[in-house]
Write a protein of this length. Sequence first.
Length: 270
Amino acid sequence: MTHFEHDYTALTYEVRDEVGLVTLNNPAQQNPFTPELMADLTHLTRSLQEETNLGAVVITAAGGTFSAGGDIKGMVSGHGPAAAGRRLVYQVHDWFQPLFNLEIPVIAAIDGAAYGGGFAFALACDFVLLSDRARLCCVFSRIGLVPDLGCMYTLPRIVGLQRAKEIMFTNRALSPQECVDLGIAIAIYPPEQLLDEALKLAHRLCQGSTAAIGATKRIVNQSFNLDAAALLEMEAAAQGIFLKSDYHKDAVQRFANKEPLRFNWEQLQD
């Protein structure tokens, strides 16, 4: 059995051409972050890190709800010492950080509610597409918790510090248009078109240099944490590598011969 033939219980995984499609698959409970889902995501993200034939990943969910967030019923029965809660959060980090740093584009296609952990999960992706009935909410303090799953890192970097505080403190739901206006999402579609549009975006991105896009993502993800000198050093090292790549050599040759480039966004076919 290969990594991707694993028996997942709370999600499904398939490959469509060069795009990995992940579907959260517990619609009866609105796709909560149960121990089963976290175990599935831990295995999947580790496997994705080793995959060399993918150009992008799309994450969606079954049943008209992306994720209602934490497993509240499990919380009721699972109270224990503070150290146990701390270990639980670190178990989340076992899959969150590999997903955040995965060196291919990750696209979230969100239909319906993405609350709490579902909201934070979306923020960890590179691009968010929404259906016109999506609702996103940083709901943690309604139940006396702080935002987790990296939300206190990602949200201020996307929307700015003051707006992030307002979203976190008020727990109000964000409409699709507000998410686009704030930079949380890039587009809104009818529910029946959402997955197709996410896959189209993913397949277009696959036509670029996956290695160069991956290195760009890795560096840009650190751009708020490092000073200019450190970023310029990373830039120089990466550019030195990719100036010698076959993809770059082919593009230069095509340009010299006045041939179409392999990756020209305005001319790409979906």
